[in-house]
Design a protein around this ligand. Sequence first.
Ligand SMILES: *[C@@H]1O[C@H](CO)[C@@H](O)[C@H](O)[C@H]1NC(C)=O
Ligand SMILES: *[C@@H]1O[C@H](CO)[C@@H](O)[C@H](O)[C@H]1NC(C)=O
Ligand SMILES: *[C@@H]1O[C@H](CO)[C@@H](O)[C@H](O)[C@H]1NC(C)=O
Ligand SMILES: *[C@@H]1O[C@H](CO)[C@@H](O)[C@H](O)[C@H]1NC(C)=O
Ligand SMILES: *[C@@H]1O[C@H](CO)[C@@H](O)[C@H](O)[C@H]1NC(C)=O
Ligand SMILES: *[C@@H]1O[C@H](CO)[C@@H](O)[C@H](O)[C@H]1NC(C)=O
Ligand SMILES: *[C@@H]1O[C@H](CO)[C@@H](O)[C@H](O)[C@H]1NC(C)=O
Length: 291
Amino acid sequence: MPPTAALLLLAAALPLLSLSYAASRCPDCGSTTVPYPLSTSPTCGDQSYKVRCDAGGTLLFDTLNNSYPITSINPEGQRLVIQPASLLDNTCVTSDLVHQGVQLNSSLPFNVTSSNTILYLNCTTTLLNSPLNCSSASLCHTYVNGTRDAAACGAAPICCTFRAGGSTTSYSIRVRDAGCRAYTSFVNLDTSEPVSLWPKPGMEIQWVLPPEPVCGAQSDCDGNSTCRADPAGSGVSRCFCIAGLTWDPTQGVCVESKFFGTCILSYILIFAARVTMDVPNMCVYMCVCVF
Ligand SMILES: *[C@@H]1O[C@H](CO)[C@@H](O)[C@H](O)[C@H]1NC(C)=O
Ligand SMILES: *[C@@H]1O[C@H](CO)[C@@H](O)[C@H](O)[C@H]1NC(C)=O
Ligand SMILES: *[C@@H]1O[C@H](CO)[C@@H](O)[C@H](O)[C@H]1NC(C)=O
Ligand SMILES: *[C@@H]1O[C@H](CO)[C@@H](O)[C@H](O)[C@H]1NC(C)=O
Ligand SMILES: *[C@@H]1O[C@H](CO)[C@@H](O)[C@H](O)[C@H]1NC(C)=O
Ligand SMILES: *[C@@H]1O[C@H](CO)[C@@H](O)[C@H](O)[C@H]1NC(C)=O
Ligand SMILES: *[C@@H]1O[C@H](CO)[C@@H](O)[C@H](O)[C@H]1NC(C)=O
C-alpha cells in the first residue's frame, strides 16, 4: 500500500478523536458559556437544571424566592459559584433577609457544597446554643474587623462561623430576624490568610450529574437513542443510548464508548505506521474492543 493510501486511512480515523457531539448545549449567555445540563430555555439543556439569562447577558441562579448572579461555572466538577447578597447600606442586614437568605428547592438537583465557609453576622443570643463557632475568636470577628464594607457589623456583638454542607445546610443558608440577619460566604477559604488576601465572597453550588433526557415520544430523541420507560421506575421515559453508545452526562449526548474509539484509532495508526515505514516483520497487534 502506498503512503498516500495510509494517509487517507489516517484522515478517516481522525474524526474518532472527537468522540462527543454537543447537541443540546444552550447558547452562550452574554460572554458566558452555558454548559450542559444547565438550561436557559425549554429547547436546550436539561429542564431540571434551569438557570436564567437576563437581558443584560448575566447568568442568574434562581432560588425559591430570589436570584443571584452566577460568577463562575466548573462543568467538569458540576459546580457553579453565585455571588451572595450584600449588606444594606450602613447596616448589618443582608438584602435577602426578606427571603430568608439562600433557599434552594430540595427537589432540584442542586445543593450547597462543603467548600463554603459561611460567616453569620448580627446574630441573636439563641445562636450561642448552636453547634456553630460563635466564640469571640471566631473567624467572623476577624472578617468584620478587616472589612470596610462590613464595618456596621462591628456594632452587632454576636457572629458565628461554620463550614457548609451538613445535611441541614445543603439546601439552605438561612437568615431571619430570630437568628442571624446577615451572612457572607467564601469558597475554599484559607483561614490562615489575612482578610486582605481573602477572595471575593462566593457560594459554591453543586449539581448532580444528569440522567438521560426525559422523552414523551421517539421524536424527542435523536437518532442515537430510543425513548423507553426508565427502569429506575420513576414513571417517565428517557432517551436511552442505542447499543455501542453510552450516555455522556457532561455533554448530554450518546458517545461511542471510549474503549471502542481508542481501539479502532490505535489499530488504524499502527496499521498505517507499518505500511508507511514499510517494516515487513513488525509484530501484529491484537486489539480487544470493550463495548
Ligand atoms: C441587626 O439586625 C437587626 C434586626 O434586623 C437590625 O435592627 C439592626 O440594625 C442590625 N444591626 C446592625 C448593627 O445593623
Ligand atoms: C416565598 O414565596 C412564596 C410565594 O411567592 C411565599 O409564600 C413565601 O412566604 C416566600 N418565602 C420567603 C422565605 O420569602
Ligand atoms: C421545586 O421543584 C419541583 C420540581 O421541579 C417543583 O415541582 C416544585 O414546584 C418546586 N417547588 C417550589 C416551592 O418552587
Ligand atoms: C472557633 O474558631 C476559632 C478561630 O478559627 C478557633 O481558634 C476556636 O478554637 C474555635 N472554637 C470552637 C469552639 O470551635
Ligand atoms: C482589628 O484590626 C486592626 C488592624 O486592621 C488590628 O490592629 C486589631 O488587632 C484587630 N482587632 C481584632 C480584635 O482582631
Ligand atoms: C450534594 O450533591 C452531591 C452530588 O449528588 C452529593 O455527592 C453530596 O453529598 C451532596 N452534598 C450534600 C451536603 O448534600
Ligand atoms: C450518533 O452517534 C454517532 C457516533 O457517535 C455520531 O457520528 C452522530 O453524529 C450521532 N448522531 C446524532 C444525531 O447525535
